[in-house]
Design a protein around this ligand. Sequence first.
Ligand SMILES: NC(=O)c1ccc[n+]([C@@H]2O[C@H](COP(=O)([O-])OP(=O)(O)OC[C@H]3O[C@@H](n4cnc5c(N)ncnc54)[C@H](O)[C@@H]3O)[C@@H](O)[C@H]2O)c1
Length: 333
Amino acid sequence: MRLGLIGLGRIGAFHAETLTGLPVVDSLVVTDAVPAVTRQVADRVGAQAVDSPDALLAAGVDGVVIAAATDAHSALILAAVDAGLPVFCEKPVAGSAAEAVQVLHHVADTGVEVHIGYPRRFDAGFAAARATVLSGELGWLHTVRSTTLDPAPPPPAYVAVSGGIFRDCAVHDYDAIRWVTGREVVEVYATGSNRGDDYFTDAGDVDTAATVLTLDDDTLALVSNTRYNPRGHDVRLELHGSKDSIAVGLDDRLPLRSVEPGATFPAGQPYDFFMDRFHDAFRAELEAFTEVVAGRRPSPCTIADALETGWVAEACTRSLQQHRPVRIDEVRA
Ligand SMILES: NC(=O)c1ccc[n+]([C@@H]2O[C@H](COP(=O)([O-])OP(=O)(O)OC[C@H]3O[C@@H](n4cnc5c(N)ncnc54)[C@H](O)[C@@H]3O)[C@@H](O)[C@H]2O)c1
């Protein structure tokens, strides 16, 4: 199989290594808006370098992986599906849910498969949590707590086109809550603060956020995010039910230091970033995409599915701006 990869920044360069390591991938074609980056990554992984997305789409590839900056996603998805090529695109679908709706309609008309990247769906712990919830072992859920704390803030240029912390970071929590519980969000209340670098404020963004979600069965979910957690990349999901409670991310590499006298947990090297925390999940996710390209499975996370998560991020953005609870129906309208 011959694949194309557009965007070779933090996650794109990482995907280049994963893709060239998959036995099913015979060759990889790469491009980035910055030519020096294209050459550097192509040389490192042994890929073919081309100088534009158009050149990549014309290079005889069987499918396209998009890992460019968020504001480039929608145009690149449309160009690839118009060329009849299955797409894997990093979350989010677009810079806003309204733009994602346009992409949804256009892609539906082409019938080409698009897989949106939410790696937690391919993580062993999150998959075990989903199976446990669906088995009924927890009874009825009353409380879900989801945490994503980044060790260090992304650079100003990234923040400027990211869409804000809810669309960029908290979407992973919203998607995981939807996927693990099998429920939809009906209302949100979100707040945030800026105690870090000024460029978050300049971009109209916050560096720390908290969200309360009400699910359609009245389960309450609490989401916590920050860009400043130097102890490590802290990703956890707790699910508390009428019969039992479980947690994802509660292993020896949890980046938290207990001050309880005598406590020895957690004892391992803290996860330092998402490539480290979700290494195996990213590989499984891209393997799944190669099966989509081969026509052996449908997209495991369609644009329609990702758009539901997008509405939650949209409602949270509005809730922060207007300082009030926002129903998903309101933003969908
Ligand atoms: N699934 C995840 O866990 C995860 C993690 C990190 C990032 N992401 C997503 O991946 C995307 C990239 O994030 P990143 O951290 O690698 O950002 P980054 O800023 O490090 O890299 C983005 C790269 O895209 C290139 N680029 C921008 N527009 C382009 C275009 N039109 N054509 C070709 N290249 C273009 C830039 O030159 C840059 O090299 C974002 O949308 C982000 O939301 C997802």
